[in-house]
Write a protein that binds this ligand. Structure first.
Ligand code: RB5
Length: 149
């Protein structure tokens, strides 16, 4: 499993903790920035990670900004991306099981490091259930097609 990771300046510090955690778990990743706490724009990093995941060069992505809101909204503009903002472990496994979420978004100003790393584990350890959920994912793809002409 290869994970594409990105953040803005507000998510930089939590992203470093996430990267350390992935390293400790022997999970391969690539960091697409930001590379410092200098002010920057979250859509730039959402786009990089979302394109890598949508292009299937990485299986899953993790994005971090201050709230997780802006970076998830931006990532969800890329066709094929289902970015889920999670603040708890139940949502983190449910978004994989039911929604086949392919990017996890975290809010560094919302969740502490311990909770965030548990959320990462729940997200990465859970598979999409398919079955009845697949037709709902297909309907999301239909919405994308309708507006991406
Ligand atoms: C940056 O100040 C902040 O607006 C950003 O990290 C994020 O929270 C936006 O949704």
């Amino acid at each position: 499993m290869r994970i594409a990771v990105g953040s803005d300046h507000a998510g930089f510090s939590l992203k470093k903790e996430v990267l350390k955690h992935l390293e400790e778990r022997d999970i391969q990743f690539e960091d697409f920035g930001a590379f410092s706490e200098e002010s920057c724009d979250y859509p730039d990093f959402a786009l990089k990670v979302a394109e890598e995941v949508a292009g299937k060069r990485f299986e899953l992505g993790i994005l971090v900004c201050g709230t997780g809101i802006g970076i998830s909204i931006a990532a969800n503009k890329v066709p094929g991306i289902r970015a889920a903002l999670c603040g708890d472990t139940f949502s983190a496994h449910a978004c994989r099981e039911h929604n086949d979420a392919n990017i996890l978004a975290l809010g560094a100003r919302v969740v502490g490091t311990g909770v965030a790393l548990d959320i990462v584990d729940s997200f990465l350890n859970t598979r999409f259930e398919g079955n009845r959920h697949q037709k709902r994912i297909d309907k999301i793809s239909e919405i994308e097609k309708k507006y991406n002409k």
